[in-house]
Design a binder for this molecule. Structure first.
Ligand code: G16
Length: 543
C-alpha cells in the first residue's frame, strides 16, 4: 500500500458557510471535489503525526463513499487513528461528545443538516476542533484559502475498510476503530438528566411522540427514549435512518415535520411531541396542540435549569444568536447572569463555553444546547424538557404560559424566502443598508425606528471581529425586524426575515403570533421592497 500524491486544480467555490461546506451531492461527486476540500482541512489544521480523528455522518446519500475516501486520505496524511461510528454514522452532537470524551485532535462530520438528501439532494462536510465544536472562522478562512491554492492531495492506495462491525482494522500505519455511535452519547445524557424521574413520568401514562424524520437520531431516540426510559414501542416514529430521509425534508418545523404536527394537533394527541433534523442537532418541541418557539424554549430551559441534575448549580451565562428573540435575555436578567448576543452559527458559542462564560446557548433555527458538548443537541433538548415536565407535572402549554406571565411574551416569527435569484436577494439587502439614514427615527404606525445597522460581533474571548451578520431594524419599544441571507442553502439565495415584538400585558398573550406581528410584517415588506424586487408574494416557510 503506497501513498500517492495526486495533482489537482483548485475549485473556487469551497468557502465554508454558516456550518461547513454544503453543496449538491452531484457537486461532491465531481472528481477531486471532496478530496480537495479534505486536503485543505488537513493542510490547515496542522495535526501532529499520529493524531486521532473522529469521523462520522448523518447517513445521507454519499456518506459511505465519502467516509472511505476520507479514511484513505487521513492515513496518507499521517493520522494514527480514526474513530468511526458504525456504518459511518454519528449524529453531530454525538460526534462532538466523542471528540471531547476521547480527547481527539478533532473530527470531520458529514452532513447537510436539515437539507434534503438523496442523489439529487445535498451533502456537506465540516471540521470540528478538539473542543468538539465547529471550527472557528479563523480556521474556516484558512481552509478556504488552502482550497484556492491546492496543487495536490494525498491518498493511500488501499481497499475499503469494513465499517459495519465494531472493532479495529488497519489502513497503512493508521488504526480505524469502529465504535458504537450511540453508547457514549447515551451515557452522557444519563449523566445530565434524572432518568428515573423521566422513567416514572412515562410509566405514569405521560405519552410522548418523537419524530426522527428517517434521519440519524432514530437509533439514538430508540435507545434512550424507548429502551432506557421505558417509553412504549412506537413512541419514536420514522426511526429508521434512510439515505434520502424517506424523500422528506428533515427539518423539524411546523411545515416539514407535518406527520408529527398532525398527531400533536389531532384528537387524542400525546402529551409531548418532538422532532429532530438530519444530523440530530436541531429540535422542535410541541405540547398538545401547542408549538413552543425555539426562542421561548431556550428561555424556558434557562429559567428551569436548576430542576435538572446536570444544571442544579445554576448557569454561568446564556448565549443566543442575534436573530433569536430576547426572551432568554429576560431570564438572564432575572437570574442576574450575563446574556451574550452572537452572529448566527453555532461556531460562535464555542469560545464562550470554553471560557466558562455561558452554560446554555440557543438559536431561533431550532437549535438549543449546553456546554456538555460544543454542538447544538436535539435529543438533549428533548430530555431537558422531559426532565422539567417530570419535575413540574404540568402540561407543556401551561408551563409556557406561566413563563410568559412571569417574564412577558416575546412574540416571534421567521419568514423564509427560499431559492431566490441571488442578485435579487442581494439587492434587497443592499437597498435596506442604503436606507439606514432615512429609516432611523422614522415612524411606522405605533413603531418608531430607534436604530438600524448591519450587525457586527467582537468575540469577547479572542477579540476576533465578524462583520455583515444581518440587518437589524430596532424599534423604540424593543421590537425588531432582522433581515439576513442564509449561509446554509445550496440553491440561489434564501432570505430570512425575523420578527419580534415584546408584550408585557398578559391579556394579550393569548394572541396568535401572526396576528400580534401583523403590523411588523407589513413594515418589513414595505421597507425591504421584497415583493417588488423578488417577485415573491409569499414566503416558502413560516416558523
Ligand atoms: C446551521 C448553524 C446554525 C444556524 C443554522 C441556520 O445549523 O449551525 O447555527 O442557525 O445553520 O443558518 P442560516 O440561517 O445561515 O441558514 P444546521 O442545523 O444547519 O447545522
Amino acid at each position: 500500500m503506497g501513498i500517492r500524491s495526486i495533482s489537482t486544480q483548485p475549485f473556487s467555490d469551497q468557502k465554508p458557510g454558516t456550518s461547513g461546506l454544503r453543496k449538491k451531492v452531484s457537486v461532491f461527486q465531481e472528481p477531486r471535489y471532496l478530496e480537495n476540500f479534505v486536503q485543505s482541512i488537513f493542510d490547515s489544521i496542522a495535526a501532529p503525526q499520529g493524531a486521532t480523528l473522529v469521523l462520522g455522518g448523518d447517513g445521507r446519500y454519499y456518506n459511505r463513499e465519502a467516509i472511505q475516501i476520507i479514511l484513505k486520505m487521513a492515513a496518507a496524511n499521517g493520522f494514527g487513528k480514526v474513530l468511526v461510528g458504525r456504518g459511518g454514522i454519528l449524529s453531530t452532537p454525538a460526534a462532538s461528545c466523542v471528540i471531547r470524551k476521547y480527547q481527539t485532535f478533532g473530527g470531520i462530520i458529514l452532513s447537510a443538516s436539515h437539507n434534503p438528501g438523496g442523489p439529487d439532494g445535498d451533502f456537506g462536510i465540516k471540521y470540528n476542533s478538539s473542543n468538539g465544536g465547529p471550527a472557528t472562522e479563523t480556521v474556516t478562512e484558512a481552509i478556504f484559502a488552502k482550497s484556492k491554492a491546492i496543487q495536490a492531495y494525498r491518498m493511500l492506495d488501499a481497499g475499503d475498510v469494513p465499517l459495519d462491525a465494531l472493532g479495529e482494522s488497519t489502513l497503512g500505519d493508521m488504526t480505524v476503530q469502529v465504535i458504537d455511535p450511540v453508547t457514549d452519547y447515551a451515557e452522557l445524557m444519563q449523566s445530565l438528566f434524572d432518568f428515573s424521574a423521566i422513567h416514572n413520568l412515562l410509566a405514569g401514562g405521560f405519552r410522548i411522540k418523537f419524530d426522527a424524520m428517517h434521519a440519524v437520531n432514530g437509533p439514538y431516540a430508540k435507545e434512550i427514549l424507548e429502551h432506557r426510559l421505558g417509553a412504549p414501542a412506537g413512541s419514536v416514529i420514522n426511526g429508521l435512518p434512510l439515505p434520502d430521509f424517506g424523500g422528506g425534508h428533515p427539518d423539524p418545523n411546523l411545515t416539514y415535520a407535518h406527520e408529527l404536527v398532525e398527531i400533536m394537533y389531532g384528537t387524542d394527541a400525546p402529551d409531548f411531541g418532538a422532532a429532530s433534523d438530519g444530523d440530530g442537532d436541531r429540535n422542535m418541541i410541541l405540547g398538545q396542540r401547542f408549538f413552543v418557539t425555539p426562542s421561548d424554549s431556550l428561555a424556558l430551559l434557562a429559567a428551569n435549569a436548576t430542576l435538572v441534575p446536570g444544571y442544579k448549580n445554576g448557569l454561568a451565562g446564556i448565549a443566543r444568536s442575534m436573530p433569536t428573540s430576547a426572551a432568554a435575555d429576560r431570564v438572564a436578567q432575572a437570574l442576574n447572569i450575563p446574556c451574550y448576543e452572537t452572529p448566527t452559527g453555532w461556531k460562535f458559542f464555542g469560545n464562550l463555553m470554553d471560557a466558562g462564560k455561558v452554560t446554555l446557548c440557543g438559536e431561533e433555527s431550532f437549535g438549543t444546547g449546553s456546554n456538555h458538548v460544543r454542538e447544538k443537541d436535539g435529543l438533549w433538548a428533548v430530555l431537558f424538557w422531559l426532565n422539567i415536565l417530570a419535575a413540574r407535572r404540568h402540561p407543556v402549554e401551561s408551563i409556557v404560559r406561566e413563563h410568559w406571565t412571569r417574564f412577558g411574551r416575546n412574540f416571534y416569527s421567521r419568514y423564509d424566502y427560499e431559492g431566490l435569484p441571488t442578485e435579487a436577494a442581494q439587492g434587497v439587502m443592499q437597498h435596506l443598508k442604503d436606507s439606514f439614514a432615512t429609516l432611523t427615527g422614522a415612524q411606522f404606525g405605533k413603531y418608531a425606528v430607534k436604530l438600524c445597522d448591519d450587525f457586527s460581533y467582537t468575540d469577547p474571548v479572542d477579540g476576533s471581529v465578524s462583520n455583515g451578520q444581518g440587518v437589524r431594524i430596532i424599534f423604540t419599544d424593543g421590537s425588531r425586524i432582522i433581515f439576513r441571507l442564509s449561509g446554509t442553502g445550496t440553491e440561489g439565495a434564501t432570505l430570512r426575515i425575523y420578527l419580534e415584538a415584546f408584550e408585557a400585558d398578559t391579556a394579550r398573550h393569548q394572541l396568535d403570533a401572526q396576528v400580534a406581528l401583523a403590523e411588523l410584517i407589513q413594515i418589513a415588506l414595505q421597507i425591504s421592497e421584497l415583493k417588488q424586487r423578488t417577485g415573491r408574494n409569499q414566503p416558502t416557510v413560516i416558523t
